[in-house]
Design a protein around this ligand. Structure first.
Ligand SMILES: O=C(O)CCC(=O)C(=O)O
Length: 412
């Protein structure tokens, strides 16, 4: 159990966290306008500490920060709990029926606010301020009800799980490592087990070169399937994607890839284009960790294709063969992204600096150039934009078990 020792250095007030002689950390808690004695500061902290004990991490720092404020200074540590905010209000104003009941949409709102830590008193005052009615009895009835008691038990468990995720996230390493060469054992030890992406450069140095012209010379007359109508179908086009499959001559697709732009037409993995181009799949070489006959699919489109934010249910390599792609990746531990998730998809847009969901998320931005291969673990969020005519290959099927078909980050 560490010991917390208040200290004064000039007008900066500090708390040292010590384990015997070992200094664990020195926390700056604030500054005061004039020097104070260490005894006076320690006395104040000791007076305030019992009020904070057992209320979660940093209780001693909160007591120290309050002591700083008590001495007329400015605290660096926020001494009070974070404001939980309010749930989104239903569109119609809150009213009370003849028997004093709120309508179901507002009951739901009350329960949500309460489960997020608002007291019944706080909720009824908030409603009264907005709608000028006596909500107190009804809000108390809802908050004391058996349904809420059961919901509280479930949400307490969700809160504990949030804590576990936060704990794990705190220890996640920073940038995505880049390798010039990578052995399967290293992939396993440093990335598979740790569930972390990595980038392998020159991954295709021993593979035959592919160019759009060479592919045209070999396969222009073949018919392939593409996904067409991605932009014109409107938002969440992927819900109707099986209706967007359309046949196209491979030569026409290559013309579009070379000269077009935008996301309307894109040959994606589920179009199985490789199967229509005999001999091409055999030219794809091995990658670390893949088993002998992995699943290989191509992604072929013009500049401007966008694969919106989503996660996969297995691990995969994404190999860039022609052109440049930009990716945004985020760990599944970024719980802010759960609020915008539906199944495997996510309406958050990391490429939009104005998107409020994505602000607190630790994004990893990666540019893939020909020869680069990116290891994307199952469940990792990724969004992909083609910055030029592009051909990529996704490869799945590893030597180690990665079946996460049970995992959907969002409700379905
Ligand atoms: O390249 C793309 O557009 C998307 C690739 C992708 O999402 C994947 O391989 O999982």
């Amino acid at each position: 159990m560490p010991e917390w020792i208040p200290r004064v250095e000039g007008i900066d007030l500090l708390v040292e966290e010590r384990d015997g002689d070992r200094l664990i950390a020195r926390h700056a808690v604030g500054t005061v306008p004039a020097p104070v004695s260490v005894e006076r500061f320690a006395q104040l902290v000791a007076l305030l500490a019992p009020d904070h004990e057992g209320t979660g991490e940093g209780w001693m720092l909160r007591a120290a920060a309050e002591a700083v404020v008590g001495l007329g200074g400015t605290a660096h540590t926020e001494p009070t709990a974070v404001d939980p905010g309010w749930p989104t209000a239903p569109p119609a104003p809150a009213t009370l029926s003849a028997s004093g009941r709120l309508d179901p949409a507002w009951v739901e709102w009350v329960v949500e606010a309460h489960l997020h830590g608002r007291s019944a008193q706080d909720i009824s005052s908030h409603l009264r301020d907005r709608f000028d009615l006596p909500f107190h009895a009804e809000v108390a009835r809802i908050c004391d009800g058996p349904e809420v008691a059961a919901a509280k038990r479930v949400s307490e468990r969700a809160r504990s799980l949030d804590g576990i995720v936060r704990l794990r996230r705190q220890f996640e390493s920073g940038a995505i490592p880049v390798y010039e060469a990578l052995h399967a054992d290293t992939l396993y030890e440093r990335h598979w087990v740790a569930h972390r992406p990595c980038l392998l450069r020159h991954a295709t140095r021993d593979w035959p070169e592919w160019t759009l012209d060479a592919l045209r010379a070999r396969y222009a007359d073949r018919t392939v399937t593409v996904t067409s109508g991605r932009q014109s179908t409107g938002p969440e086009w992927w819900r109707r994607r099986s209706q967007l499959d359309a046949p196209m001559a491979f030569g026409a697709l290559l013309d579009l890839v070379a000269n077009g732009a935008g996301d309307e037409t894109y040959a994606v993995a589920r179009n199985h284009v490789l199967a229509a181009l005999p001999g091409l799949e055999a030219e794809l070489g091995p990658l670390p960790g893949l088993r002998d006959a992995p699943v290989r699919e191509i992604w072929l489109g013009p500049r401007g294709t966008v694969t919106p934010l989503h996660h996969d249910q297995t691990c995969g390599w994404l190999v860039q063969r022609i052109g440049v792609k930009r990716l945004w990746l985020a760990s599944p531990l970024e719980t802010a992204l759960l609020d915008t998730a539906t199944g495997l998809h996510n309406r958050a847009d990391p490429s939009d600096p104005g998107d409020p969901t994505t602000r607190t998320v630790r994004w990893h931005e990666v540019v893939l150039r020909p020869g680069d291969a990116l290891f994307i673990p199952a469940g990792w969020w990724h969004q992909v934009v083609a910055e030029s005519p592009s051909l990529s290959v996704s490869m799945n099927g590893f030597q180690w078990d990665d079946d996460c078909t049970w995992y959907y980050a969002g409700p379905r």
